[in-house]
Design a protein around this ligand. Structure first.
Ligand code: URA
Length: 433
């Protein structure tokens, strides 16, 4: 005999009532067991989407999702664990240089990562462009690599927050992804179950982000920071720009290449800025405040860690990376200053070139993507290249170019728009502790 009826819980939330702790625990457990049907859970999800949840309900919902599966235990490690999570963006390859960089400073970085979702790229898809590299590692293997190398980027283990796995797939097809209680509990249940001691959240805002609106992004960040702290995880968040892609490379292999440039002490300024800021915060949260993070990018220590981390997972750090066989150059229609380069459009174009998948389980092209030749604030000449598109299948160019229609804007040098674009140099808007 079940404790509750799903329909009573759906009606309570539909009518704007708060759910009790017992109702929430039962809902998540019964859904994981298959007692609550997908259509009932989608009705409840829509009621949550429309009527929201109070802070106590979100905390309990998150804990119930954690309890639906196993949790990882890193207590055998002799060093603290610290992690980062991004809410997803375009050209967001930060995890790649960040994990080895932070591991230089005697901490362990367990980056359990995902695949691309819609127009946003996936860390695993990017790393799989490296010949031989694999991300499926057992729980024992994760602990061993953290002990020996200090950093790992791999798939999430099967048993971690299974309620979220089911609910996320359902939300994706029922129009209830972008709501704060469900996003915050989804992300934080996985991160808390992963067992990291500290967590820095990179909450994206802008056209290429889930949270287009800055105020909503801040609310999401505050909710997640509260959830982390309530669970005993030292948590803080940055609000960062996703109106423009990060760096100059969007795709899979092409983003690995740019990450390696950063690890070699170079790379685009926005990628370096965010990598260093996140690394400093990940270390500060475990008490390491007196460290020169930028120096470890310049002197090769982060690169050494990267090579160890890639080799430990079967990858060849010296292998030539694949590049799409076909290319197409998009040029500037006029001279002036680039004032806009829309992240969503570039992400969709890269996805249509083959860097992302149309259905779960589809293969992605390692060599597909876009190299940007200018960013907002840069002067451009009429006819000069703005970006180069790469794919293995030339028939993909037309649809990718459709995505890019209206993605860029150029203003005359000296105009207020041109000056504003040239002056906004930082992608970091806010830091929430
Ligand atoms: N990423 C997640 O893991 N969950 C969400 O709900 C949104 C982004």
């Amino acid at each position: 005999m079940e404790k509750f009826d799903a329909v009573d819980i759906i009606i309570a939330k539909r009518d704007g009532k708060s759910l009790t702790d017992e109702q929430i625990d039962w809902t998540i457990d019964a859904y994981t067991r298959g007692v609550i049907a997908d259509e009932q859970m989608s009705a409840l999800g829509m009621a949550i989407f429309l009527n929201g949840m109070e802070s106590r309900e979100i905390t309990r919902w998150t804990q119930a999702m954690i309890n639906s599966g196993q949790t990882l235990d890193f207590s055998s490690l002799s060093v603290p664990t610290t992690d980062k999570h991004s809410t997803g963006g375009v050209g967001d390859k930060i995890t790649l240089p960040l994990a080895p960089l932070v591991a230089v400073f005697d901490v362990a970085v367990p980056q359990l990562s995902g695949r691309g979702l819609g127009h946003t790229g996936g860390t695993l898809d990017k790393l799989e462009a490296i010949p031989g590299w694999h991300g499926a590692i057992s729980t024992e293997g994760i602990v061993k690599q953290l002990d020996e190398v200090g950093a790992i980027i791999c798939e999430t283990t099967e048993g971690l927050a299974p309620a979220d796995k089911k609910l996320y797939a359902l939300r994706d097809i029922t129009g209830i992804v972008d709501t704060i209680p469900l996003i915050a509990s989804s992300i934080m249940s996985k991160k808390i179950a992963e067992g990291t001691e500290a967590l820095v959240l990179d909450v994206k805002t802008g056209s290429g982000a889930f949270m287009k609106d800055r105020q909503k992004a801040e609310e999401l960040a505050r909710t997640m920071v509260e959830l982390g702290k309530a669970a005993g995880t030292a948590t803080s968040a940055f609000i960062t720009d996703m109106d423009t892609p990060l760096g100059l490379a969007v795709g899979n292999a092409i983003e690995v290449e740019e990450s390696v440039e950063v690890l070699a002490g170079g790379g685009p300024a926005d990628v370096v800025e965010l990598t260093v800021a996140l690394a400093q915060e990940m270390l500060a949260l475990v008490g390491k405040t007196d460290v020169d993070v930028a120096a470890a990018l310049k002197d090769g220590r982060a690169m050494d860690k990267w090579r160890q981390m890639i080799s430990a997972q079967g990858g060849d750090p010296d292998a030539k990376l694949p590049m799409g066989r076909e290319s197409h150059v998009v040029t500037a229609a006029e001279s002036g200053v680039l004032t806009r380069l829309d992240a969503l459009s570039v992400g969709q174009a890269s996805w249509r070139l083959g860097a992302g998948r149309a259905r779960p389980g589809d293969a992605v092209q390692a060599g597909a993507g876009i190299r940007l030749h200018a960013k907002p604030g840069d002067a451009v000449e009429a006819g000069a290249p703005l970006m180069t598109l790469y794919t293995d299948e030339a028939q993909r160019f037309d649809r990718a170019l459709e995505s890019l229609e209206g993605a860029t804007a150029i203003a005359p040098a000296g105009s207020p728009e041109a000056t504003e674009a040239a002056e906004s140099t930082s992608a970091i808007f806010d830091h929430i502790k």
